[in-house]
Structure formats: structure tokens, C-alpha cells
Design a protein around this ligand. Sequence first.
Ligand code: SF4
Length: 441
Amino acid sequence: MIKAKKLYLETFGCQMNVSDSEKIVTLMKGMGYGQTQEPGEADLVLLNTCSIRATAEQRMYGHLGKFKSMKKKRPELIIGVGGCVAQQEGEELLKKAPFVDLVFGTHNLHLLQKMVAGAEAGKKSVATDFLDDEKRFDLFPHAETEGGVTRFVTVMQGCDNFCAYCIVPHVRGREISRSADKVVEEVAALAAAGVTEVTLLGQNVNSYGFKEDAAPDFAELLFRVAEVDGIERLRFTTSHPKDISARLIDCFAQIPKLAPHIHLPAQSGSDEVLKRMNRGYTRADYLAKVRALEEACPGIQITGDMIVGFPGEDEAAFRETMALIEEVRYADLFSFIYSPRPGTKAAGFPDEVTRKEKQGRLELLQAAQKRITLERNQSLVGSVQRVLVEGASSSGDSLFGRTGGNRGTVLHGDLALAGRIVEVRITEGLQTLLKGEVVHA
Ligand code: SF4
């Protein structure tokens, strides 16, 4: 009997990498690789990496070391690295980790099968060329359409904004939008396979179609996707505050399928810092968009990202960030200490804030946000939320789903509810999730 080949895949970083990993699984399945969660039984190990912060990159190299000893014992084991670190490092990665067999960049998934076949024949390879036109999407395989309640659909890739701290334009390339017809086609295929919710994905979905004259704008794309039968809920991420238009904000009032949640990263509450970050909006602009969203969609849950300790951030600037989170009252916030990335503009900025000060600021910010998140979750107790049931909860004895506002919710019920939106009365608001009971299935 021929032994089935096994793929062990680890994904780091953002939803874009999660989406790419779904495509990798499809591609490898086409070569006879089934997936395993046990690295020890894998024939092929692939790491889909993130380089957004230095810690993520260091962690990846540390992690890679674990597979070095495996390769020593089993030289036939194939090890590949993809994603943003692979894009950034290219050939260099093979020098730093010579036991790696293949390095594939963010635009090179279409070459992966060929590269793995080469590695099976003992040949190492590196592919990190950018594809700077819409061909990028045609060459990318679609993730397999079977199964799942909720799926990502890529609508655009890359970024032209060059925020001073950000590595993304350097590792994901220039911004390109995918044709609306192809997006709708993929969503329809997912709906036909039983998917209930799609999240339209891009580095900055708000600028969808900006560069492509004939393309509709993002608001129009949302209307078209919402028309697909079988799709009950629609989300999108990520939004750049400077590009979110009045027309897009109005979609929250006009499209019932659009979930009442937006991830709108402010990054700082200080105009001075925002300017140095090259964000293209002021604190007042940001707040005006937040208020417009709340008006169009009362109760909308807003989440965000915040960087502390950006070069030149003094105490007053940090206090403005603290004040902003109290004003917006984010449902949740991803906050980080600034991490200089090679090749970005901010990497050359003088930085006088000490590590200790940065750590102190992060702790203050996170403590305040923790309180706000808990208060917001508790304020939902007694309300009825429309929860999309995703499946069994991690404990296995309940169900897990998400409210329209993207709050994780645990409820009791039959597993047959998976894939359905049910009405749930919230009975408890905890720090990281809600608990509730089904009032209408
Ligand atoms: S908008 Fe700014 S932060 Fe977002 S991906 Fe582009 S450069 Fe990075």
C-alpha cells in the first residue's frame, strides 16, 4: 500500500495569511498531501510567516529551529517557508537556515506545486518575484469550496499607503484590486458549497477599485456580493480611516446582510504622531468617521489597532491616545509596542522613548481597554443578538458562534444549528466572550 503523504502547515499573522494557507492546503491536496496536526508524522512542513513586528520574525526563526533536528533525523522531510518573512528574506533565508528546501514569496503560491515537486527530487528553490497586475489573482488558486460556515474572499492585495512604520507594501507589493465579477463568482461558489458568511479581505479594502478605472468602488462591490443567494452575512477587513467614504458608511444602513462591525485602526490619538506615521488623517477626521458609522449603524462594534512608543511619542501624545480609546470605546483593541522594520521610513527616525516607558504605556493602554471591553460585553446582557453558529465550542459541550458585532458567544443547542443565524439572549458578558441562550432558531 502506498503511504499517503502528509502536510504540516503553520500560519502566523493576519487574515491574509490565513486565507493564503487555505489555498496552500488546496494546492498540496492536489499533489496528494493530506493535512496533519502532528509535525512528527509530516512529509512536508510549511510555515506561512509574518514580518509585521520584529518579534514575529524572530519567533519564526526560533520556531524553524525545531524542524532542523527533525530534518537531521529524516533528511527526506521537505521544509518550506512562505509569506512575508520569505518575501523579505528570499535567498538570505536559505543562508540563515540551510536545512530549508523552498522559499516562496507572497505572490508565488502559483509556483508552489512545482517547487514542492522539485524538492521531492532533491532540488532547492526560491521564488519571490512580484506580479504587479491582476494576473496575480488569476494565477492564485482558489481555496477549495467545500465545507465551512465562514470564509475569506480576497478582493484586493498590496498597499500603496506606505505608513512610516509598515512593512506590508514592501512584502505584499503595490495595491491591485480583483475584478468584481470574479469576486462575486467565488462568493457564489462558496454559497453553493454551504458557506453562510464571507469576509471580503484586503490590506485596505476601502480603496478597492481606486486604481482600476472600470471597477466599481467597494460600496458597489458590497451591494453585489450581498445579492448572492445563500450568503446571510457579510463582513470586510481591513479599513483605512482616510479612505472610508460616506457611501461606504451608508452601506451599514442600506445592506441588512452587512454585519454591524468594523475594524478601523487609528494607530494613535495624537495628530503629531499620526502625521509622522503618514496616516493621512487627523484625530478629528477619525472621530468624525466613527460618529458617522455610529449614526448609520447604531450599536456598531468598532475594533482597532494602536501602536505605542512610536518614535517621538511624548507623554502628552500618549495621553491623547488614552483619551481616544475612552472616546471611541472600542469593543476590542490590538495594541503593540512600535517595532522598527528594516526598509521602512520610521526605522530611520530618532527614537528617544525608552523600552521601559513603552512597556509602561502599553500596560496602561491595555488595562484601560480591558475595562472598556468588559463593560461593553456586560452592557449586552439582556439584549437579543443574531449569532451565526460556527460549530462546537472548544470545551465540546456547547456551541460557539459570533454576533453581528463579532463578539464570540457560547450557547447551548444542537450541532445541527451550525451554519445558521439564531437569535440569542445574552445572559453573561465576560472579558473575552458572551454567553447566551437561544430564543429563536
Ligand atoms: S495602510 Fe498603512 S498600515 Fe495598512 S497595510 Fe498599508 S502601509 Fe501598512
